[in-house]
Design a protein around this ligand. Structure first.
Ligand code: 6GU
Length: 246
């Protein structure tokens, strides 16, 4: 997959994303990240790309021309026009299902705004998808783009070592992950749960499934309502004391 990121801070996005697993994915050739600096498309000699909002109000608005120029520099060379994702608190709230949908695309363009946003006219012209990463406000779309790209990229075959792990993890069945342990067997007087040392894979799987259900019941009852549980598991939940230690 190829991701183009239109932003005033391409180094922030590229350095962040290339630091770990996604950097290796790029070296392997399964992912390609391309930063486009919107400032390179400024239309004045001072390289300004923002101005005061018409109608008054605080802050600055990014002008349409440089954003259009940045998009055109990518789009002009392509036969099939990629979806253009604008990161904004006004967008659809991102989740794992949307990540799976975007992971099917060959090429995507991400548009990051800063300041008080981007002139509406260029958004209407080029944006196909408005995405938010949650109900809080950030200073710009860059961190949101990084979150979205990271979660999409890890679903692309070859990005993670273990193809299965991308699916098995949290949210595949609306259950949170079970707790993980590694060496040493005892840490600060705390032992690793006995069943994990038993070598009995059936019991390990059963224990992990139960832990997932208990964790989800405790921290995310909203998710648990969407999970598929067996009759036995539903019975287990009925016996739980939600005020207790679960
Ligand atoms: Cl996508 N952008 C900004 N600027 N703030 C946000 C957001 C996005 N999602 C949540 N807050």
């Amino acid at each position: 997959m190829k991701c183009h990121i239109l932003t005033l801070f391409p180094d922030m996005v590229l350095e962040g994303l290339r630091t770990s697993i996604l950097g290796r994915a790029e070296e392997k050739g399964v992912l390609s990240l391309h930063g486009v600096n919107i400032r390179d498309f400024a239309e004045n000699k001072h390289n300004r790309v923002d101005d005061a909002p018409y109608g008054g109000g605080a802050g600055l608005v990014m002008q349409p021309g440089p954003v259009y120029g940045a998009w055109k520099s990518v789009a002009a060379g392509l036969e099939k026009q990629p979806r253009v994702v604008y990161l904004t608190p006004q967008g659809r709230v991102f989740n794992q299902k949307i990540a799976e949908e975007f992971a099917k695309e060959e090429e995507l363009i991400f548009l990051c705004g800063h300041y008080e946003g981007i002139d509406e006219r260029v958004l209407e012209l080029i944006v196909t998808d408005y995405l938010s990463i949650g109900d809080y406000v950030l200073t710009g779309g860059e961190l949101a783009a990084m979150v979205v790209i990271d979660s999409i990229a890890r679903l692309i075959p070859g990005v993670l070592h273990n193809d299965a792990s991308a699916e098995i993890e949290t949210f595949s069945d609306n259950l949170l992950e079970y707790p993980q342990y590694t060496r040493p067997e005892e840490f600060m007087g705390q032992k690793v749960p006995e069943v994990l040392l038993s070598g009995h894979h059936g019991n390990v799987d059963k224990w992990r499934r139960k832990q997932s259900i208990l964790r989800t019941a405790r921290s995310r009852p909203d998710l648990l309502a969407k999970a598929t549980l067996s009759e036995e598991e539903k019975e287990l939940l009925k016996t739980l004391d939600f005020q207790g230690e679960i």
